[in-house]
Write a protein that binds this ligand. Sequence first.
Ligand code: SR1
Ligand code: MG
Length: 401
Amino acid sequence: MPTFEQYFLMNTDDVIHYVQFKIDSFKHAQTITCTEIGDGNLNYVYRVINNQTNDSVIVKQAGTTARISDEFVLSTSRNKIETEALMLQHKLAPGLVPEIYLLDETMSCCVMEDLSKLTIMRTALTNFETFPHFAEHITDFLVNTLLRTSDVVLNHKDKKELVRTFINPELCEISEDLVFTEPFHNNFNRNEITPGNEQFVQTLLYSNEELHVEVAKLKFHFMNNTQSLVHGDLHTGSIFIDQNDTKVIDPEFAFFGPMGYDIGNIMANLMFAWARGRAYEQKEFTEWVENTLFDIMDLFETKFRTAWDEHATEVVAKNADFKEHYIQSILKDTAGMAGLELARRVVGLAKVKDITTIEPIESRLKAERLCLRVATELILNPFQTGGQYITALQNAQQEEN
Ligand code: SR1
Ligand code: MG
């Protein structure tokens, strides 16, 4: 039996031994079931159950390459960044993040709360399920994790220490390439355009010089603005949900970057759900998405303003005009980042099943064009309000009719 003193990539039998060795509630277990349940692009995720007591945990381990493709060779220490981000987010946004039971730097794995009674939000959205508390929960998560890791609130030396802890060059490079570069140029072989939309993508993205300038600005903003500890990959596949609870998972891309990256990712992934809802004429569902898009922008701003007044420690943060400037720039970043996410998941690697599973193909092509139209609008003329996001979706839909 392995002693887990040196890293190796575990299989299900190894994970059973691992929990017997490391986790108290599994030490004397007679029968343990272990299933690999990961469906992300990078890591391996095991659900382990003690069949006598029904105790269960999740073991998540990083491999030396990305699960989606061996061409991404990555340090397994990304698991430490993910686990430490979860621990910090758990403190800042209690109830909205799974509990961590163990971080094992040798095995590059962590053991955490099993949330399997909830559903991955993207899966639920593709079935047109709605969630009345989502806007409330996700804005609590965003405001608490973003504002309270920024220089507005933290002592600046402490914050710089945190910036150092969360330096995440490899995963940032993935985003710099897949989000900010490849989708806008036709010479990257990881792009894959659905046949029928080639000319549209050529005109709207590849030959659009005006767009390239704004994308370049956003890329450098992403790389150079250590504003807050961002989740870094906050799409609906990184959220577990049901009618009562919302839990944010998978912050392996966490680093200090612009707040708008997280907010924009949420907005864009809800827009994918909207495009799918329209393709299948799910009126009630698309209305819920519209209300949620509106509420997220509205609640984020309101809660952020209140939290600023309550938690700001920085002297210049008392200046009302500075506060206004700061908030307006978050909203601007949010729009640009949302546009980038919309574009990259249609054209580049790591597409989303909200769109890829739309049938027939003509409806998928329309949904993709809709997302790209809104993407370019968001990047070129950043919106400030939820209402503008909804109008853009509706206008783009009109153009497709
Ligand atoms: C190589 S990883 C591809 C994508 O999956 C992750 O979820 C991130 O979104 C990344 O861009
Ligand atoms: Mg992930």
